[in-house]
Design a protein around this ligand. Structure first.
Ligand code: ATP
Ligand code: MG
Length: 719
């Protein structure tokens, strides 16, 4: 190549860079011009001293124009519109495909596309953390992202298979793991982390799902206005006549005691009949065999039958079955001899010296054991389901893949009465907030310091203090709870409460009736403890904590299940399982370890964020409740994030990596170049014409203030 052509090429690069910058600026200007009506699409462009009120004004303006997405740099804020918007069509997907972040109005597709392209160009792993309280729109957001990848990724016939399975895993898992709560008609009652695997051409070639702590207690108990898991209603409402007859079910949810406690089997926003059809179809696509499906619905029906088994006290006060019909259905569907099942429901096995003795249950005990069995059966079947889906999503080819992880968990929730389940869910949210803080506010600011970049620190609330209160070894709430669970017979929920009072009295985020001042005391019952979470106060009723944490299933409950001929149950209750001789880990401790595992998975990838906001408690469109939203903006740390973003740098790259990637844009200098990477980068950005306020040179990295500069540079490759 002659010098002349090189100069010519360089000129073209410069022009294109300028052109792209201009295009991005034009889009920003358009947004600034329209600002009075539709607000600003990136909060970073608001006045430097944006107040919380101005922030809210901007969100409100956009919300009323049906513009539910707004950026803070590359973080996406999404406000749940509670109505269908015409912004998720194939045409919209095409519009956002391969276009730079700031060239078009904010959209979840823009984020998805940008993650995808970064993954492809840097060949590394990413994750999208979707957070917000219950009903804020996390699950919907994760579905939109998945749909975008399914449609936009290069596909072949083989990949289409994977794509369909990825998409259809959603309705199946939602049917078994979601339920109507007072906060959300389709509330996730389990945590879900899904890896989507891509090959080097960007085709989605596989996936893997990790599920976290399903709220099993819902199987046997629902609060007023809430439902059991969707699948039960889908089966009863939508199941074919033949199927129901085979399962011994009647087409009336009111007949099943596990479905009537919430007194709201019918929900206007839910169509159980058509959802049933979707799930049924999805199960076939995910390669469930007919016998898997038979076994699966045999189990779901068995749980309903189990719930209808009632006990009477016999002459000695021991439990006996009030009627045998339901028990016979369970026996038939699970393939367990009726006698064995009956004995299992009314007796427990205890070890006396070296002998095993059967002792009869009282009626209360029998009800407890029956419910424990129903929960165990459902919970283990759910895990089987996740594994089965994973088998179908697994990619057998061993070539290197990159992944995009999607995290969609149960959101922070506060009810009138909060129990062990809310404690676990809110603890999980606390951990994710901690991760967000670590990755954005804390490490970002520490990095500026380390790299010697001049920096005015932005103060923020670090919720580590609450995480520690809950999980610290030997001293946290979880440790105390586990300690009490180790003292069967002596410990009770109340002794657990007393222990907490003893150890945590004086902690700024912990309160009980006894510890409260006179005024606050009125708001607490004696059996309550209150945590001041990052997202607000939650009062937990301590009743049931020990029991739910122990999650005891009587030993012969397991033994009975081991005799099952139903292949799924057989798989879920293997003969080699350690039995009650070895103490299993408590529920909360298992959960804690699984969250540590999740954090490790996430920390090894590049983070992206979607922060979802719930606009009102009434689940209605068009209602923007200022107080509610202000509260979320506060606890989600959005103002602090904005301050760090505005004053800081959206991108940073090690000199070596930056140089490696962009040096082809300056072909007259390379490959003859011999200096250090930092010197090389200096030359390169001079050549590219970066404005001096757009970047800073740190000790080991270059920091770029605004993503548009990097995007424009990326685009120069396409000249
Ligand atoms: P949870 O923590 O309880 O699982 P969530 O944050 O996952 O809550 P979603 O189930 O995603 O909440 O959303 C609740 C409801 O809000 C949806 O069922 C849907 O009706 C509505 N919704 C959420 N996002 C959107 C959207 N982008 N467009 C239209 N409706 C939406
Ligand atoms: Mg959800």
């Amino acid at each position: 190549m002659t010098d002349l052509t090189m100069t010519h090429q360089t000129l073209e690069v410069k022009e294109s860079l300028e052109e792209r910058c201009n295009k991005i600026l034009r889009n920003m200007e358009a947004s600034l011009t329209a600002r009075d009506r539709v607000g600003i699409q990136d909060f970073v462009l608001l006045d430097p001293h944006t107040s919380e009120s101005a922030f809210l004004d901007n969100l409100r303006k956009r919300f009323h124009e049906n513009l539910i997405y707004t950026y803070i740099g590359t973080l996406l804020v999404s406000v749940n519109p509670y109505k269908e918007l015409d912004i998720y069509s194939k045409k919209q997907m095409d519009t956002y495909m391969g276009v730079n972040f700031f060239e078009l109005p904010p959209h979840i597709y823009a984020l998805a596309d940008n993650v995808f392209r970064t993954m492809q160009s840097e060949f590394n792993n990413h994750f999208i953390l979707i957070s917000g309280e219950s009903g804020a729109g996390k699950t919907e957001a994760s579905k939109k992202i998945l749909q975008f990848y399914a449609v936009s990724c290069p596909s072949t016939k083989l990949l289409n298979n994977v794509r369909d399975r990825l998409l259809l895993s959603n309705p199946v898992l939602e049917a078994f793991g979601n339920a109507k709560t007072l906060k959300n008609d389709n509330s996730s009652r389990f945590g879900k982390y899904m890896d989507i695997q891509f090959d080097h051409q960007g085709g989605a070639v596989g996936g893997h799902i990790l599920s976290y702590l399903l709220e099993k207690s819902r199987v046997v108990h629902q609060n007023h206005g809430e439902r059991n898991f969707h699948i039960f209603y889908q089966l009863v409402e939508g199941g074919e006549e033949d199927l129901l007859r085979w399962l011994g079910l009647e087409r009336n949810c009111k007949n099943y005691s596990y479905l009537v406690q919430g007194d709201c089997a019918k929900v206007s926003s839910i169509n159980d009949k058509s959802d049933w059809k979707t799930v049924r179809k999805a199960l076939s696509v995910i390669e469930f065999s007919e016998s898997d499906i038979e076994n699966l619905f045999g189990i779901i029906a068995s749980v309903l039958h189990l719930g209808n088994i009632k006990f009477d006290a016999d002459a000695r006060g021991y439990a006996s079955l009030s009627n045998y019909q339901e028990m016979h259905w369970v026996s038939k569907l699970l393939g367990i001899p009726a006698q064995v099942l009956q004995q299992g429901l009314t007796h427990r096995k205890i070890e006396a010296k070296s002998e095993e003795v059967l002792t009869p249950f009282s009626v209360d005990h029998a009800v407890y054991a029956r419910d424990a069995l129903a929960k165990a059966v459902y919970g283990r079947t759910f895990n089987w389901l996740v594994n089965k889906i994973n088998e179908s999503l697994a990619n057998k080819d061993s070539s290197r893949k990159t992944v995009i992880g999607l995290l969609d968990i149960y959101g922070f929730e506060v009810f009138n009465v909060n129990s062990f389940e809310q404690f676990c869910i809110n603890y999980c949210n606390e951990k994710l907030q901690q991760l967000f803080i670590e990755l954005t506010l804390k490490s970002e600011q520490e990095e500026y310091e380390m790299e010697g970049i001049e920096w005015e620190p932005v103060p923020y609330f670090n919720n580590k203090i609450i995480c520690d209160l809950v999980e610290e070894k030997h001293r946290g709430i979880i440790s105390l709870l586990d300690e009490e669970c180790l003292r069967p017979g002596e410990a009770t929920d109340l002794t657990f409460l007393e222990k907490m009072e003893e150890k945590m009295g004086g902690h700024p985020h912990f309160l009980t009736h006894k510890l409260a001042d006179q005024k606050t005391r009125k708001t607490l019952d004696r059996g309550d403890f209150r945590l001041l979470h990052y997202a607000g106060e939650v009062t937990y009723c301590v009743v049931g904590f020990l029991d739910k944490n122990n999650d005891l299933l009587y030993r012969n409950g397991k033994e009975v299940m081991r005799q099952s001929k139903n292949a799924i149950i057989k798989h879920c209750f293997p003969p080699t399982e350690p039995d009650s001789k070895r103490r299993p880990e408590t529920v909360v401790t298992q959960f804690k370890s699984s969250l540590v595992g999740l954090t490790e998975i996430l920390m090894s990838k590049e983070p992206w964020y979607v922060r979802c906001i719930k606009p009102n408690e009434a689940k209605q469109p068009g209602r923007f409740d200022d107080v509610l939203i202000r509260h979320q903006v506060k606890y989600l740390g959005l103002m602090e994030h904005l301050r760090v973003r505005r004053a800081g740098f959206a991108y940073r790259r090690k000199y070596e990596i930056f140089l490696q990637r962009y040096k082809p844009l300056c072909p007259d200098t390379w490959p003859k170049w011999k200096g250090t990477a930092a010197e090389g980068v200096k030359l390169l950005i001079k050549h590219l014409g970066f404005r001096s306020d757009e970047y800073k040179m740190g000790r080991t990295k270059i920091f770029i203030r605004h993503p548009r500069t990097l995007f424009a540079t990326e685009d120069a490759f396409q000249v």
